[in-house]
Design a protein around this ligand. Structure first.
Ligand code: PMP
Length: 428
């Protein structure tokens, strides 16, 4: 029997490339038909066939309060009723900037944009404009959005589809992009020793979440900070995913490192399109209209989007919010690992705050090479077995997962019970 999801997917492919507006949504790497969602509430989503799922994607991270949180929906409705966009300053933007600066102390000044891609692209331009240098360092498997200079050996969908470096990006454009190995301290030291005076910036996911999840090794982030300081390069923490996801002070607070610039997205929009970049005032003041680095946006600081973000940030600022979220996420990964062990399936899992990684490998990977060595086919089978059980995981072995505050203990228990069934089928 053809399902409504199948029908919609077939129709979508006629006028939308691959039937989707962002590649990983197409289920290409796991196979099968993507689910078309019609509704979300708390931890659950409902597809076009009326089947419900516990959602561990959360729109790829933004929905830290779960779907359709009443405070967020109310903020959107009330703000929308007063006008959708002005293309002029609003008091909401001021409130958002003040709140971000208060919560993320390394950000002395911030600018709002409409996506993570815009945030990282602008931060790179700013770092280059500030230093007058061209070279940038990124790490293999880290994804920083789809700006040309950053689409080199990237993670997320680029990695999922075996095209970590995109066609359509001329080699001259990426000639200044140096790609190093995540967590390789010696390599970073060597490259800085040889080329330090030409390096404008280092951009890094402080916790890598676009090649599954890889935590920074002790000393790795410190080594970036030290080299950037010593050689006059700008350290950019791309916290589009980790910002307000791993804790209220984000990854920089968790690991106690001050970057020069930070990029944010996802949670700060609460499900609406908001991104941000910010950092040291001395650098930020190089932006137009004060300085020579151009950056702009018709819908930047959009009031409706910012209202959703503000409502979200207010909710996550409640004392104990992240302790509860981290404990729940840890209970999930511990439960999944125990279930796999009982079934005799080679599997491991870990969490950082409200994000997690699942690995068909004996222990969590610490490098890109180790991620690539995980059993991708086993993940694909697990993904579909869980989907049947009503658990919606990211449809790729190269993505982190997300728990929301709306996931209750019973939801976590139901997820582990579903995994017990799935692992039993995967058992050797
Ligand atoms: N940086 C990181 C770390 C991300 O995870 C993402 C998106 N997954 C981006 C940048 C790009 O953000 P967007 O998709 O909003 O452009």
């Amino acid at each position: 029997m053809t399902s409504r999801n199948d029908t919609l997917f077939e129709q979508s492919q006629k006028h939308i490339p691959g039937g989707v507006n962002s590649p990983v949504r197409a289920f290409r790497s796991v196979g099968g038909t993507p689910r078309f969602f019609v509704r979300g509430e708390g931890p659950r989503v409902w597809d076009a066939d009326g089947k419900s799922y516990l959602d561990y994607v959360g729109s790829w991270g933004p929905l830290i309060l779960g779907h359709a949180h009443p405070d967020v929906v109310r903020a959107v409705q009330e703000t929308a009723a007063r006008g959708l966009s002005f293309g002029a300053p609003t008091e909401l933007e001021l409130e958002m900037a003040d709140l971000l600066v208060k919560l993320v102390p390394s950000m002395e000044k911030v600018r709002l944009v409409s996506s993570g891609t815009e945030a990282t692209m602008s931060a790179i331009r700013l770092a280059r404009g500030f230093t007058g240098r061209s070279k940038l360092i990124k790490f293999e498997g880290c994804y920083h959005g789809h700006a040309d200079s950053l689409l080199v050996k990237a993670g997320s969908g680029a990695l999922t589809f075996g095209q970590p470096s995109s066609a359509g990006v001329p080699p001259e454009v990426t000639a200044h992009t140096l790609v190093l190995d995540y967590n390789d301290i010696d390599q970073v030291n060597r490259v800085f020793a040889a080329q330090g005076k030409d390096i404008a910036c280092v951009i890094v996911e402080a916790v890598a979440g676009n090649m599954n999840l890889i935590a920074p090794k002790p000393g790795f982030l410190d080594c970036l900070r030290e080299n950037c300081t010593k050689h006059g390069a700008v350290l950019i923490f791309d916290e589009v995913m980790t910002g307000f996801r791993v804790g209220l002070t984000s990854a920089q607070g968790l690991y106690n490192i001050q970057p020069d610039l930070t990029t944010l997205g996802k949670v700060i929009g609460g499900g609406m399109p908001v991104g941000s970049f910010g950092g040291r005032a001395e650098i930020m003041d190089k932006l137009a209209p004060l300085g020579p680095v151009y950056q702009a946006g018709t819908l930047s600081g959009n009031p409706v989007a910012v209202a959703a973000g503000l409502a979200t940030l207010k909710a996550v600022s409640t004392p104990g919010f992240y302790e509860a979220l981290a404990a729940k996420t840890k209970a999930l990964v511990d439960g999944l690992a125990a279930a796999a062990k009982e079934a005799g399936v080679l599997f491991s899992a870990q969490s950082v705050g409200g994000m997690f990684g699942l690995y068909f490998a004996a222990k969590p990977p610490t490098s890109y090479a180790e991620v690539m060595a995980c059993d991708k086919e086993a993940f694909n089978r697990f993904f579909h077995l869980m989907l049947v059980e009503g658990i919606y995981l990211a449809p790729s072995a190269f993505e982190a997962g997300f728990v929301s505050a709306a996931h209750g203990d019973a939801d976590i228990a139901a997820t582990i019970a579903a995994a017990q069934k799935a692992f039993a089928k995967l058992a050797p």
